[in-house]
Design a protein around this ligand. Structure first.
Ligand code: 5GP
Ligand code: MG
Length: 187
């Protein structure tokens, strides 16, 4: 029987370290708090993380947001299996009706083609939210991503397929603490 091996040996290089992520997440939390806490009216603030890639990001970010808020999740799949190319965003289940009329902060791991956030934006508009902002840990410096409106961005990165801190390849590597590029033969 084979023994479990460390996924560290599959890394080609680290693009963003866990310390850089931690520092930037704190800055983003401060910026988001200042803006969301100044909103008037009796709507609630709802975080809407897009599963599964944003799972670690939202866990770190939300613990630094001091205001009263709720969290709902949506699952969007765009990459399937061994693909490193987006195959169009698809919503796995309906967005909860309970966010109608609320201020929504959509949270995702990475902005690439922009199709995920465009899909969510149109769903939220149809549902009738009070406001929508989006918050991405990463954004690829490619025209489609740079042209997609997004209020909060953690890091701009080159156009490479990255894993770690929640981002996967074929379901694996989410538990790497840094944002990494894999070796070409990793799987
Ligand atoms: P978009 O819809 O903007 O093309 O892509 C957004 C989604 O595609 C992200 O939520 C993420 O799931 C996936 N994605 C895009 N680029 C990467 C990447 O470099 N690595 C990983 N692991 N997922 C990515
Ligand atoms: Mg995703």
């Amino acid at each position: 029987m084979q023994r479990a091996r460390s996924i560290r040996q599959d890394i080609d290089r680290i693009l963003v370290t866990q310390q850089q992520i931690a520092d930037r997440v704190s800055e983003m939390a401060n910026e988001i708090s200042a803006e969301l806490m100044s909103l008037e009216g009796d709507s609630e603030i709802v975080l809407l993380p897009i599963m599964t890639g944003s799972v670690i990001f939202v866990a770190d970010l939300m613990r630094q947001l001091p205001m009263r808020l709720r969290i709902d999740v949506v699952t969007v799949s765009s990459y399937t299996g061994l693909s490193k190319k987006s195959q169009g965003a698809r919503l796995r289940d309906k967005i909860p009706e309970s966010i109608r009329g609320q201020h929504v902060l959509v949270i995702d791991d990475i902005l690439d083609s922009g199709s995920t956030i465009r899909l969510i934006r149109s769903e939220l508009e149809n549902l009738g939210v009070r406001s929508m902002r989006s918050c991405m840990l990463l954004r690829k410096t490619i025209p489609s991503a740079m042209a997609t409106p997004c209020e909060y961005v953690g890091f701009d990165i080159p156009d490479e397929f990255v894993v770690g801190y929640g981002l996967d390849y074929n379901g694996y590597y989410r538990n790497l603490p840094d944002i990494c590029v894999l070796k070409a033969d990793a799987h």
